[in-house]
Design a protein around this ligand. Structure first.
Ligand code: XUL
Length: 576
């Protein structure tokens, strides 16, 4: 019997590092694993995967993580996978990282990453290479001033959006780099390489300095969305001597190396002919893991952040400046022939270079806040959704427990705005509050993604909260579509394994065929809207939601006028 061939996909995300191992010979998942940073590595003081700003004297909107924590988790993950399957059978590896986060490395990085010793931990060896101890991540909204400066240098935020696919955006890597250059000039000078989380983890696995892919590279405000390469004007507007500190961008030739770093061979028993494929961002990877990389399918991912994304042929940008265009991390190879049957979401092989994405910071973070406030278990939260009325008797919540990305709200002391009956407004109605949170998250999403002009006939749901049928029902009702889920709910790591198997050196696997096998829709769990167009209470509620949001914005503006302080700048000048 032929030896089975395995592919490994890794997902280095905000709260955990997870993996999936596929047996490509026998069409099955052989192992899964996940290391939760907060639980497994309490010594990093990051219960939710990021350093609580108060513990390090940072402003509330400066959110960083320790990159060494990601490496310790990677070591632990490999150790645990080795107990579940034969790692020597893995012939292809790829993966993804939380988008926008950046790792700053000095000149010793290049030598160190190519010569990792299996006698020491990864974190121990990389520690001396860090020119910045912590990494700003996607939750950081502290660069309002730098965004304004980059916009002004290029001409306007709209111009930056035209070039890079996104207006200057606080969490994006370019504005974060600019802030680092301004506040820590010496360390910036010492920095020889700036990696994204994806290219950092990919480099470690490959044992070479990795390029950045266009899916994740587009999330930096530094890449030209038309040429899919670094944009000179954006680089110059961001920081001096930046180009030399950035890895190459790559689209198409996805192999980093045909032999994994010897560290993993010697320490965990990987085979040295295991190919490593360039890593991408978590959302682009999920696009592949949901088989949504061809236009037509829309994905909603309910995770730490909620995201709404879809493949797209030509880049069209968000006039409100909070949505994005990223690269689509696939290429259709000669192996992608005609495919029959249609259990996956994608149709004929197409090669769109782009995807569109809208990110909502107050995703599971907000759902958790409501749950914790009322001391509910997830079961209680779920019961609350089933025991309350569709439309929540007009009780509305703006589900923002702090800054938000979509719509952009960057102010201090933001709390959810409640609109409805008195008890509801005074937080005395647990069940209605749970429903208001989820219903209004979905209505907010519907409003924010209007610019994409998509009319999805079906929404694919993924992420932790997608398992909850009551949440799925709200999605179906608000968007008036069928909601489907895949049998395997690990879209991000699955996307990594699928890209690895399709693009790794020596691969004979076609992405479409693999998706046909591994991205099957769980038809038994499809959810149809339970209300129809005519009786749709959400049409009316959506109007109330928009009005509540408008009134809230006006009040924020009045507050600004009264204090005379532009709140974003206030944060920055306070902590300079
Ligand atoms: C997308 C975004 C988040 C992160 C973390 O723009 O900021 O979804 O990728 O998941």
């Amino acid at each position: 019997m032929a030896t089975a061939v395995y592919a490994l996909g890794i997902d280095s995300s905000t709260q955990s590092c997870s993996a999936i191992v596929l047996d490509l010979t026998n069409d099955r998942v052989v192992a899964e694993g996940s290391i939760n940073f907060g639980q497994a590595l309490p010594q990093y003081g990051a219960p939710q995967g990021f350093i609580p700003p108060s513990t390090r004297g940072r402003a509330d909107n400066e959110i960083h993580s320790d990159p060494l924590m990601w490496l310790d988790a990677l070591d632990m993950l490999m150790e645990s996978l080795g107990q579940k399957c034969d790692l020597a059978k893995i012939k292809f590896i790829s993966g993804a990282g939380q988008q926008h986060g950046s790792v700053y490395l000095n000149s010793s990085w290049f030598e160190t990453v190519s010569n990792l010793s299996s006698k020491k931990k990864l974190s121990e060896q990389i520690r001396p290479c860090l020119s910045r101890k912590s990494s700003p991540i996607w939750m950081d909204t502290s660069t309002k001033l730098e965004c304004e400066e980059i916009g002004a240098a290029i001409g306007s935020p709209e111009e930056v959006c035209k070039i890079s696919g996104s207006a200057p955006t606080e969490r994006f890597t370019g504005p974060q780099i600019r802030k680092f250059f301004k506040s820590s000039n010496k360390q910036y000078e010492e920095t020889r390489r700036i990696h994204l989380v994806s290219s950092f983890i990919g480099s470690i696995i490959a044992g070479v300095d990795s390029p950045i892919d266009t899916g994740d590279g587009a999330g930096m405000n530094l890449m030209n969305i038309a040429s899919l390469d670094w944009d000179e004007s954006l680089i110059n507007a961001t920081a001096p001597n930046l180009l030399g500190k950035l890895p190459r961008i790559c689209h198409g030739d996805y192999n980093i190396t045909s032999s994994i770093s010897n560290y993993f061979v010697a320490k965990y028993g990987f085979s040295n002919d295991c190919a490593v494929v360039i890593f991408t961002g978590d959302n682009p990877s999920s696009l592949v893991g949901m088989a949504a990389n061809s236009p037509g399918a829309v994905v909603i991912s309910l995770g730490t952040s909620d995201t709404f994304f879809a493949a797209m042929d030509d880049p069209c940008t968000d006039p409100n400046g909070s949505g994005h265009v990223f690269g689509n991390p696939v290429k259709i190879t000669a192996l992608d022939g005609n495919r029959t049957g249609s259990e996956t979401s994608s149709k004929e092989p197409r090669n769109p270079k782009y995807m569109t994405l809208q990110c909502f910071l107050n995703g599971s973070l907000a759902r958790e806040k409501v749950r914790n406030f009322f001391g509910m278990s997830w079961r209680d939260f779920s019961n609350a959704l089933s025991n309350t009325e569709i439309g929540n008797n007009n009780n509305i919540m703006l589900p923002f427990f702090g800054n938000e990305i979509s719509p952009k709200i960057i102010e201090s002391n933001i709390e959810p705005e409640m609109n409805g009956d008195d008890d509801f407004k005074n937080w005395k109605r647990p069940s209605e509050t749970a429903r208001a949170c989820v219903e209004c998250q979905m209505m907010n999403m519907k409003c924010c993604v209007e610019w994409m002009q998509l009319k999805p006939a079906q929404v694919f749901l993924t992420g932790g909260a997608s398992e909850n049928d009551h949440i799925g029902q709200i999605v179906a009702n608000v968007f008036q579509t069928r909601v489907s889920r895949l049998k395997c709910n690990y879209a991000c790591s699955l996307g990594g394994a699928l890209r690895a198997a399709s693009y790794g050196k020596g691969s004979t696997y076609a992405l479409q065929s693999l998706q046909h096998v591994f991205c099957r829709i769980d038809n038994n769990r499809d959810i149809m809207p339970s209300i129809t167009g005519q009786e749709n209470v959400y049409d009316k509620l959506l109007e109330s939601y928009r009005a509540t949001l408008l009134a809230f914005r006006e009040r924020l503006d009045e507050r600004k006028e009264m204090t005379g302080i532009h709140s974003g700048q206030h944060h920055i000048s306070q902590h300079k």
